[in-house]
Design a protein around this ligand. Sequence first.
Ligand SMILES: Cc1ncc(COP(=O)(O)O)c(C=O)c1O
Length: 390
Amino acid sequence: MTINFDELIDRRNTRSYKWDQSEKLFGSADILPLWVADMDFPSPSAVQEVLKKRADISAYGYAVRGDSYFESIVNWYSRRHNWKIEQHWITDSPSVVTSLSLAVELFTEPGGQVVLQSPVYYPFYDVIESNDRVLAKNPLVIRNGRYEMDLDHLESLFKDGAKLLLLCSPHNPGGRVWDREELLQLGELCLRYGVIVVSDEIHCDLVFPGHVHTPFATLSPEIADITITTLAATKTFNLPGLQTSFMITSNNKMRAKLEKRLRTLSIHMAHHFAQDAVEAAFNEGEQWLEELLTYVHGNLTYTLDFFQEHLPQIEPLKPDGTYLLWFDCRALGLDKRGLQELMFKKAKVAFSEGSVFGSEGEGWLRINLACPRFILEKALTQFADAVKRR
Ligand SMILES: Cc1ncc(COP(=O)(O)O)c(C=O)c1O
């Protein structure tokens, strides 16, 4: 290891969404935050350096995107995911959630049904509901200790008229890296019913050994033609505060609509800092990512062992990827308020509450494992002690 992931960056009093909101959100400033999905690790040094250089320019005027930025994206997905992206398929967007919302707005009608597979990252619900569309839920099923898609139920939603699916791949919060075969079955079903797929692949680089992420759009040219893939370097390299992402859309008509809407809302301009950070991360961050994955996997193993030894009643779903661990606390017999009290008042930790990912998540919690091991140990110990003291 050349990077010291054991060291904690003091993020308190930095306007951190994660570290500076404990009092406001959970009732006490001393609550350890292991919830929202950013990392307590420094971004790759190449990113830090390029950002300092941009800061040194001292005039922060309007910026453009250079060819080298787009090339860094094309090269990354070719190298890491064997995906041959053409530069003109790439459309920048301020955030992945912006892209999801635009796709719902542009490719469905008000009152139309949009499918998500629950439990899932909570903004998936927001982009459907705030656009006045109707939520069509296809709950995931747990088989052999992992989530699987219920394709029969999904087909019934398509028969009922749903024309757009929000896919989370890899899956947050369940940590599934979907197999090629199951994605292919999904793709064939979508083709049969004329359903557009918005495939959120923001976690695609965070995959553990033994698993391979398959970009949905690589399954076939026909499937690519119905797919908008939403991506970012922000999750992989800890840059989410830079607010930058992109979509890959090989279908010219769909891409033109997305680009027109981005211009209409005037959210298409480049950012003074973001594109350089992304380019540096993709071009020079690979070694950092490999070390990060090793460290996070170590945190995962530590946590699974900890649960087995100290909290055997809790059932984690072992993730194939992401830095998130989703675990079933229903055996504790606590309702939503009981779990909140256990975490925030007794254990002084904040994991994500499962219920925000949909009703299927009630009684579950999600830990963010992207923190130094000693923070994780402290949070787990405080949580286990609180469970035992009940
Ligand atoms: C599945 C998924 N999509 C999107 C995002 C957020 O992306 P952005 O900040 O670009 O909207 C997250 C962050 O946790 C996520 O887990």
